[in-house]
Write a new protein. Structure first.
Length: 226
């Protein structure tokens, strides 16, 4: 089943190519917007990290783009349940779409970030900050993955992608508000002053939450008409 689902979803990816390209371009632009700030003379590793992870741009640009790309490419194919005689196939299809969307956008974001750093000749800062940047990048995309998992679960629960988007983005907005108020927010703590150990702990919490939503989504798909 796993191979068949991957093969099927790979074929469907070609149908969603325009969506992925548009979202990738938007993601690249967002990752490059703060590039001019790197021209400051008083640049430091701390400032570099703040510029690489602009919370406002991520909240109002990256996350909505991510959720829209995910929901636009996630399809409920009821006929596949009859073909495979199992509702598990729908769960696998949803997780595949979530993983693919995350990989594409995270890859484009990474390329844009390194391109900005290289063009502005601040690559030497990576020797001192690469691990911190890596931890915060993993924290960012784990948060996006969790929001995506929530959105997909709500799509099956409410049978409405619009409702799923609005609730997921509202959760993101609440988390963003908490972060700007210097209150632990979990989803936006990649831009906080927390140490790497604390952030790794929060990533573990988010991974646990993702597994919980996978279980909830599986139960919803198993019990409700699609």
């Amino acid at each position: 089943m796993y191979r068949n689902v991957i093969r099927q979803q790979n074929l469907l990816t070609h149908a969603f190519l325009k969506i992925h390209v548009v979202c990738a371009v938007i993601t690249l632009i967002i990752s490059l917007i703060d590039g001019n700030s790197l021209n400051q003379e008083l640049m430091s590793p701390e400032n570099l990290i703040v510029i690489i992870f602009p919370r406002y741009l991520i909240f109002c640009g990256l996350i909505p783009t991510y959720l829209l790309a995910l929901l636009a490419t996630t399809q409920i194919r009821s006929q596949d349940i009859l073909i495979y005689q199992s509702r598990k196939v729908v769960v696998l299809q949803a997780i595949y779409r979530l993983c693919l969307t995350t990989i594409i956008m995270a890859g484009v974001w990474t390329v844009g970030t390194f391109l900005t750093i290289t063009i502005n000749h601040h690559f030497y800062f990576l020797a001192a900050t690469w691990f911190t940047i890596l931890v915060r990048a993993v924290c960012l995309w784990t948060a996006c993955f969790l929001l995506g998992m929530i959105a997909i679960t709500l799509t099956f629960a409410a049978k409405s992608k619009l409702t799923a988007f609005l609730i997921s983005f509202s959760i993101s907005a609440l988390s963003f508000y908490l972060a700007t108020a210097h209150i632990p927010s979990l989803l936006f703590d990649f831009g906080s002053a927390d140490t790497n150990i604390i952030l790794i702990g929060k990533e573990t919490i988010m991974l646990g939450a993702i597994l919980v939503f996978v279980a909830i989504m599986t139960q919803i798909i198993g019990r409700r008409d699609l």
